[in-house]
Design a protein around this ligand. Sequence first.
Ligand SMILES: [Zn+2]
Length: 206
Amino acid sequence: MQPQHPQPGWHPDPSKAPGRRYWDGRTWGPLAPDAPAAPEAPRPAPKKFSPWKVVTAVVGALIFMTVIGNALGDDKKPVFDFGGNGLDVEQTVDKEKHEAIGLCPICHKGQVHVLTRSFACENTIHTPKTCSFRVSKTILHREIPKEQVQKLITTGKTDLLHKFISRKGRPFSAYLKLENGKVGFEFEEKKPKSKKKIAAPKAAAA
Ligand SMILES: [Zn+2]
């Protein structure tokens, strides 16, 4: 007579015989002779194979990877190469060959030139390198037009550029923006939040 059914799994024999029986949720299996003298050794209980544990672990791992993936690889995290890796082939700027498109917004001394792979301040090329302004010609599979870089260096921001492709393959739109001497994304506003324009606080002060 069972007082209460245990969880499916290996359990001490209900009739106290040495050994264990497998309770499958409905019936007891045959006595397993694996534990002859029970209070013997601190031997870890025989591992029960629990499919649920495996499933839980796998699901956990997937969730973990998704979280990490989102943190590192999705649209809004700075894993992009804006051109700061110095991959360009030029060792010097040839003013004939590399068109100058405007004054560098970072050092305000060098001209930004169109190089093979990037738009870069001449002071990032010539040694000593005294500047870091460089924008890759291609960012996230999207070509960055010269005009937009000109706009960036004169106004601090490009137009809204479409069809960047995130690492997960999703297209998205963003502005390129200069912030603290670095190029970054500014994302398209989803919906203009009903801007609470607190009306005329100045009037109150007056
Ligand atoms: Zn510069």
